[in-house]
Design a protein around this ligand. Structure first.
Ligand SMILES: NC(=O)C1=CN([C@@H]2O[C@H](COP(=O)(O)OP(=O)(O)OC[C@H]3O[C@@H](n4cnc5c(N)ncnc54)[C@H](O)[C@@H]3O)[C@@H](O)[C@H]2O)C=CC1
Ligand SMILES: O=C(O)CCC(=O)C(=O)O
Length: 366
């Protein structure tokens, strides 16, 4: 186990028999500040699968915080359970108590399978909750700036490939129509784009198809395993991680991959495979930083306009990564990682190890 978590500071197993809570909180690094990252709820088949996911997700948050230039570290939580059947207010209260036990070392909110409403229960037990509704003093649904960030990523990529930010007249394949994917799909329909979509949840598909009909547009719905081979201009993954692998990259016919899903590459060599195939890859943790930018901004009390202004930086960050990769002859994800690691090293000199939350700089809620 210690070998598996050697890059992480702390991993907490949370067990509450009364509510059925089985959760894992992973703190990858607090070198830049307290760890910040959402909480995913998913019916993991094995505990090992949950551990692997939370370790990868929390490490990604360290890089995401560095890239977005926020003074937080990387952490993430997973709750083992089915979000459709296993949610109760008590379960989220129990989760909140475990978060509180970390005494300000970890802030959390939504991710795949969880909603801002779930965390209102956790908020009764801890102040270390972000992204709840404005009426509770939070900044609201963080998937709004996340989806906006994906749009900036698509525009920057379109600019590199076709010399224009205009997303109309192109086709996009979208995997996952949840909080983020649905918003991206709606925006692209408004732009007059052609969409190929998939989701394992029929309700999510119906919701988009109805909206498309009302707008006078059409979408082509495909099976989950067919999404990779669609002849679209760009592929937008907005569901699970690890979906860019030997099997799927082989099938891709797109010019670029730009999406919100965390940890899209199964491993680093898949970045090289994409490059060899001439597919431009926008590193996920730069594209999907909008949510993080919003929740980290709660330090200054919620302000949607300021968040949207900050989220715009994703456009330039993506362009910079593409330029750096070309200049240094490396993949885009190698370029992004290199940039983040250098920034973490530089910042660490100023921040000492974060051990408590007395420093007012990190008092998100007092
Ligand atoms: N919500 C946010 O602000 C952020 C989300 N992300 C990442 O973006 C991704 C999506 O997040 P959300 O939209 O919040 O999650 P969500 O839970 O609201 O939506 C995910 C959707 O993907 C679908 N799905 C799951 N497996 C699938 C498969 N094999 N094929 C097709 N569809 C599938 C689900 O049915 C669901 O509709 C996740 O990887 C998440 O970690 C990253 C940064 C911020
Ligand atoms: O979006 C959020 O609420 C927190 C940030 C996060 O967990 C993520 O970017 O994956």
């Amino acid at each position: 186990m210690f070998e598996q978590i050697r890059e992480h500071e702390q991993v907490v197993f949370c067990n509450d028999e009364a509510t059925g809570l089985k959760a894992i909180i992973a703190i990858h690094s607090t070198r830049l500040g307290p760890a910040l990252g959402g909480c995913r709820m998913f019916p993991y088949q094995t505990v090992d699968a949950a551990i692997e996911d939370v370790l990868r997700l929390s490490k990604g948050m360290t890089y995401k915080c560095a890239a977005a230039d926020v003074d937080f570290g990387g952490g993430k939580a997973v709750i083992i359970g089915d979000p459709k059947t296993d949610k109760t207010p008590e379960l989220f209260r129990a989760f909140g108590q475990f978060v509180e036990s970390l005494n300000g070392r970890f802030y959390t909110g939504t991710d795949m399978g969880t909603t801002p409403e779930d965390f209102i229960h956790a908020l009764k037990e801890t102040n270390c909750i972000v992204g709840v509704d404005e009426v509770y003093g939070g900044s609201g649904d963080s998937s709004v700036p996340t989806a906006q960030g994906v749009i900036y990523g698509l525009q920057a990529t379109s600019n590199v490939l076709w010399g224009t930010d205009d997303l109309s007249g192109k086709s996009y394949s979208i995997q996952g129509l949840g909080k983020v994917g649905l918003k991206v799909a709606e925006r692209l329909l408004e732009e007059g784009a052609d969409l190929y979509v998939t989701d394992i949840n029929q309700q999510a598909i119906d919701s988009l198809v109805t909206k498309a009909k009302n707008m006078g547009s059409g979408v082509k719905v495909v099976n989950s395993d067919e999404i990779y081979k669609q002849q679209a201009d760009m592929f937008i993954p907005c569901a699970m991680g690890g979906i860019l692998n030997d099997e799927t990259i082989e099938q891709l016919q797109v010019k670029a991959v730009v999406g919100s899903a965390n940890n899209q590459l199964l491993d680093m060599r898949h970045g090289q495979m994409l490059q060899a195939k001439g597919i431009l890859y926008a590193p996920d943790y730069i594209v999907n930083a909008g949510g993080l930018i919003q929740v980290a901004d709660e330090l200054y009390s919620p302000n949607k306009e300021r968040v949207l202004r900050k989220t715009k930086a994703i456009y330039t960050s993506i362009l910079n990564v593409y330029k750096q990769a070309e200049r240094e002859g490396i993949t885009t994800v190698e370029a992004a990682n290199r940039f983040c690691e250098e920034r973490i090293e530089a910042r660490t000199k100023r921040n000492s190890f974060f051990s408590h939350m007395k420093r007012p700089k990190w008092a998100v809620r007092t």
